[in-house]
Design a protein around this ligand. Sequence first.
Ligand SMILES: Cc1cc2nc3c(=O)[nH]c(=O)nc-3n(C[C@H](O)[C@H](O)[C@H](O)COP(=O)(O)O)c2cc1C
Ligand SMILES: Nc1ncnc2c1ncn2[C@@H]1O[C@H](COP(=O)(O)OP(=O)(O)OP(=O)(O)O)[C@@H](O)[C@H]1O
Ligand SMILES: [Mg+2]
Length: 507
Amino acid sequence: MEIDKAIRESDDKRLKTKYKNAIYVIQRALALYSIEEVAFSFNGGKDSTVLLHLLRAGYHLHKGEQSCSNGGLATFPIRTIYFESSSAFPEINSFTYDTASSYGLELDIIHTDFKSGLESLLKANPIRAIFLGVRIGDPTAVGQEQFSPSSPGWPPFMRVNPILDWSYRDVWAFILTCKVNYCSLYDQGYTSIGSIHDTVPNSQLCINDSSKCRENFKPAYLLSDGRLERAGRVKKSSPPITRHNPLVDQDSIGSQGNCMPTASVIAVGDEILSGTVEDHLGPSLCRKLCLIGWSVSQIAVVRNDIDSVAEEVEQRISTNDMVFIYGGVGPLHCDITLAGVAKAFGVRLAPDEEFEEYLRLIIGEHCTGDRNEMALLPEGITELLHHDKLPVPLIQCRNVVILSSTTNAELDKEWGCLTELTNSCGPLAIMEPLVSKYFKTYLSDVQVAQPLSKLCFEFPDLNIACYRESRHGPLIITIEGKEQQRIETAAMALSKKFHPGAFSDIN
Ligand SMILES: Cc1cc2nc3c(=O)[nH]c(=O)nc-3n(C[C@H](O)[C@H](O)[C@H](O)COP(=O)(O)O)c2cc1C
Ligand SMILES: Nc1ncnc2c1ncn2[C@@H]1O[C@H](COP(=O)(O)OP(=O)(O)OP(=O)(O)O)[C@@H](O)[C@H]1O
Ligand SMILES: [Mg+2]
């Protein structure tokens, strides 16, 4: 088979190893699943082009092991799916179609979104595993392995990623060594291809030729720093904050009519969800936020699972000014919080040298593996918040602050530093806290209900709430607002509705 021969004849040892491992993954998958149970997700991109040829070679070798077939690959027996979108580059579409006809691919063209397309595909076919050209540097690769079940909420199938550990250089080494065709856009400076709306040629490949009016680009395989592969892709998450942004621009709060900034708190921990450990940090964080005039919109607990964290963060970042997340931070297998945050913003985890230096000062060279996994941070969106009292800086990714505290004492320290950083453009705007007044009464709920709801109506600018600490204990009523005088007026109005002494002040 021509691919296998080209690699065998090449001197590139690294490529040979990558090829061998990818073929091994493909052969494992073909041994585990029948040919009707597998599919190949092909989109004409460079990574899926590499995968196509690896699958052709892998299938040929797999067949060869079973019989002495000469592997006449006029047709490619693995069902191939292409999600065609109206915003795909015409060059990508034509390359995909031409490749399908050259290699006899049985192409299923799907016009819906990934999730519903896969749902229909799995309903109509016995597919259990899908080959993908996902690589470790892709944002969507976060948390994946060579065999990874589809995420919760997706139809159930196995994602098989034979080139997960391939670098940008490996991909081009393979394409050039095997002399296979690739989409023409890669010769025009495109290095990673999304849609026509979010992809431009990579500026790293721009040739500055003042004599020509048109910009020229070198081909993709000349990009020397593979980390810049996605430089031509517009980030999926443009600044997520749709409301005013109090992160650094504290003046914007006043200009929005003194509206309170809101925060959401996320705890990560299976141990909290199983009831083994009680979360004390969440309530403490809520109190701290209220004390600096912030309103807490939600407190959530999620599992130590990348997708659960990503889903929660993705929902909270657009509706809150800030999101605070803690738990799941560290070097253990269950420490997935940073990966979840990266996934929520659609970026990858990448080594951060500055952070690594801090970690090295603390833990020395005692990290396992090639490098310190704790120094992998969401790429392009991370800011390190330094403070003299902290051994390592706090991590902020856009409007998400990742706290590493595990106890209230540690939280007090981190919080103290965060609020002190405010003066030197830290993430928190310190607002005037709301003023509140607490009353208690032994009247029954039924007696209090109607007058209290009238009071809410008369004072719509105040936050009037009530709760009981125990079934037979007093009813506690709280009145919260911006001005003390206004609260006193409401308190007076409330007491006038009942006999004297019905309420006592517990402030
Ligand atoms: C066949 C196939 C299976 C996928 N399975 C999953 C999945 O299990 N979980 C997930 O979060 N995304 C899944 N995706 C979506 C990809 O992670 C990613 O969103 C997609 O490749 C588009 O990337 P883009 O947003 O950069 O265009 C799948 C995509 C395809 C084509
Ligand atoms: N529209 C699509 N139809 C079918 N498969 C797709 C589609 N989009 C993505 N995929 C699958 O996801 C993989 C990863 O996509 P990604 O865009 O990162 O790689 P690529 O398109 O092959 O190369 P490039 O990074 O140069 O765009 C693809 O190799 C392919 O297996
Ligand atoms: Mg692509």
